[in-house]
Design a protein around this ligand. Structure first.
Ligand SMILES: [Fe+2]
Ligand SMILES: [Fe+2]
Length: 361
């Protein structure tokens, strides 16, 4: 066999595999299809060899998006959010993963942006907010009002965890929260990328606290891992994201949506503001519940205790030193900050409702 024959044979071999893979994903649920595509080392070449395939795949995607966001089928919502989670993971995964080859794959990027568009349209349609804050002082008042008046600020899940939950139920809460808590380091970093110079001191202070103020064992991720180890929750590659329902995945995806898309940057600032405001009172109840079921003797509650105190400072600091200067500089981004805040509260509500129901079932 000469060199040319050998090459032709190799090409038709690749063509054969690509036809098999690309055909088979057309009949898979969206999350499995996206996962298989992410795993395909020569995805771009294979799609180029099958010119009609992408349009067919995008048609399938449209059907899945309709079931998820128009019909609100829970199974479809989970499929779509699992797919989106995998697509976002391409941008934060360890550099040794073979999937990194597809970080900027054009087909996967197109799939991602179609999911994002359908999802955001449907989320904004479910919200009822006024976006008319006129200046930075009004903006701060609006954000605080939005938070204080929202049902999620006094969600019964945390009263249950404080007063009635068993040790197993408390541990199930830790496990459910773990993917987002462990990813938070990166999320905070994304808020620093492309940030305005005047707000960097506050962002850096927040990040310094998150990373343990120079002590690796005191980083929030380490503190949380210590808690999981103490209560016997084993490590998982995906930090138990695979066990989440659509609500938990959507909460995670909302952060990633705004971290990875520059045009949603100001929504991210609103999301972060709500996160800092929500944590202290909820974690205070949770920490009391943890002690009630016998936890706390091995410093394993430091993660929550730390957030009870420090997020009060972070919450005020975020409003005064991030939101205020940015809105003073560019009043037009205020609407997006508020929208991000409202989206975060809505996604927390969906998640806490579902988790409460699941824990008490
Ligand atoms: Fe933290
Ligand atoms: Fe914080």
């Amino acid at each position: 066999m000469n060199e040319v024959q050998g090459k032709n044979q190799a090409d038709s071999h690749i063509g054969g595999i690509s036809a098999t893979l690309l055909t088979s994903v057309l009949s898979m649920p969206l999350d499995l299809a996206v996962s298989a595509l992410c795993d395909c080392a020569e995805l771009e070449e294979r799609v180029e060899q099958a010119p009609d395939w992408e349009a067919r795949f995008l048609d399938q995607l449209k059907i899945a998006l309709g079931r998820a966001f128009a019909d609100r089928e829970p199974a479809a919502l989970r499929e779509v959010h699992r797919a989106l989670f995998s697509l976002y993971d391409l941008h934060v995964m360890d550099g040794t993963s073979p999937r990194t080859a597809n970080q900027f794959n054009p087909t996967l990027t197109r799939v991602r942006s179609r999911i994002e568009r359908a999802w955001i349209d449907s989320e904004v349609g479910r919200l009822d907010i006024e976006t008319g804050a006129s200046d930075s002082a009004a903006m701060v008042r609006s954000l605080k009002d939005l938070w204080a008046r929202h049902p999620v600020a006094a969600h019964p899940l945390f009263d249950f965890l404080e007063k009635d939950a068993s040790r197993e139920q408390v541990i199930a809460f830790f496990k459910s929260d773990s993917a987002l808590n462990i990813r938070f380091f990166d999320l905070l970093l994304f808020s620093m990328v492309g940030s305005r110079e005047g707000v960097r001191k506050e962002l850096a202070q927040n990040f310094w606290d998150e990373s343990g103020r120079g002590e690796a064992a005191r980083s929030h991720v380490s503190l949380f891992q210590h808690l999981l180890e103490t209560v016997g929750v084993g490590r998982a590659n995906d930090n138990h994201a695979g066990e989440l329902g659509w609500q938990g995945l959507a909460g995670h995806n909302l952060f990633m949506l705004t971290c990875l898309n520059r045009r949603h940057y100001f929504k991210l600032l609103g999301i972060m503001a709500m996160t800092e405001l929500l944590d202290p009172s909820q974690y205070e109840k949770l920490a009391r519940g943890c002690r009630r079921v016998g936890l706390g003797n091995l410093n394993e509650l430091d993660y929550y205790d730390e957030h009870v105190t420090i997020d009060v400072i972070h919450g005020e600091g975020w409003l005064a030193n991030v939101i205020v200067p940015i809105v003073n500089e560019t009043p037009s981004v205020g609407a997006d900050i508020l929208l991000g805040a409202a989206l975060r509260l809505a996604s927390c509500r969906d998640y806490y409702d579902a988790l409460f129901e699941q824990l008490t079932a």
